[in-house]
Design a protein around this ligand. Structure first.
Ligand code: DC
Length: 238
């Protein structure tokens, strides 16, 4: 069989909306970026939006369990974005916070605040607006189930929890005080928070294609995704 070429999918896949959901550390960001690059699509990392909300809540010392305080904070939440070669940069009150939102503390806070209906409703419109226009690969927890249920193709990426924790650990800056054990514990906690919450829990959409990437690298995952995209387009044109 002839291998799937980038041109196969690029020529036909001119304006698809592709969603990639999955738990923390499954490799969604790397894979989404690679896929977007290959297809020359835009890329949307929705976790970064939840992280930005978490960052602003921490900096402003907002009690996010207080619904009134949270709603008032979101009303004033001033987040903008601009495209760059890696997707987009996030500006909160005109300050670039793209790199500051990647700490373990913000990861846990993002997971906690993402269970709040006020936060999810607030970000729903922003995500749909940012995703408008197709030719997009977007990643998150509820892309295929809630935000873009009409997506052309949906993937759910997963991997063994220990492998996911090791991958995240390797991404930490050198001389970090964070241990593999810390990362494993936080990751399991986030898995639980994200999949057990009442609103838009982490779960594969009924029509999502599941890929287990425990033993395969990001390039191979992208290869599998491209094969699925080509096959979906062939079926559509029949
Ligand atoms: O993908 P990430 O690790 O950057 O996401 C941080 C947290 O944000 C995650 O633990 C849950 C939340 N999140 C969400 O609830 N829905 C999304 N679509 C993306 C992220």
């Amino acid at each position: 069989m002839r291998p799937v070429s980038i041109d196969d999918s690029r020529s036909a896949a001119t304006s698809l909306l592709i969603t990639i959901d999955g738990p923390a550390g499954a490799g969604k960001t790397t894979v989404s970026r690679l896929l977007a690059e290959q297809l020359q699509y835009r890329y949307l990392d929705t976790g970064a939006l939840y992280r930005s909300v978490a960052y602003s809540i921490l900096i402003n010392n907002i009690d996010f369990e207080d619904d009134a305080a949270l709603t008032a904070h979101l009303k004033e939440f001033d987040l903008t974005h601009r495209a760059d070669k890696n997707g987009f940069r996030l500006l909160w009150k005109d300050r670039d916070i793209t790199d500051q939102i990647r700490t373990p503390e913000i990861s846990m806070m993002a997971s906690a605040v993402s269970a709040k209906p006020a936060v999810r409703n607030f970000l729903l419109g922003m995500q749909r607006e940012m995703g408008n226009g197709k030719a997009l690969v977007c990643e998150g927890r509820d892309m295929g189930t809630v935000i873009f249920p009409e997506a052309d193709i949906k993937f759910f990426l997963d991997a063994d929890p220990h492998v996911r924790a090791c991958r995240r650990y390797k991404e930490m800056p050198p001389k970090t005080a964070v241990t593999l054990k810390d990362i494993s514990r936080d990751m399991l906690q986030r898995d639980q928070n994200d999949s057990r919450r009442a609103l838009a829990p982490l779960k594969p959409a009924g029509d999502a294609i599941r890929i287990d990437c425990t033993h395969i690298d990001p390039q191979a995952v992208v290869g599998q995704m491209m094969a699925c995209i080509v096959s979906m387009l062939k079926n559509r044109s029949r």
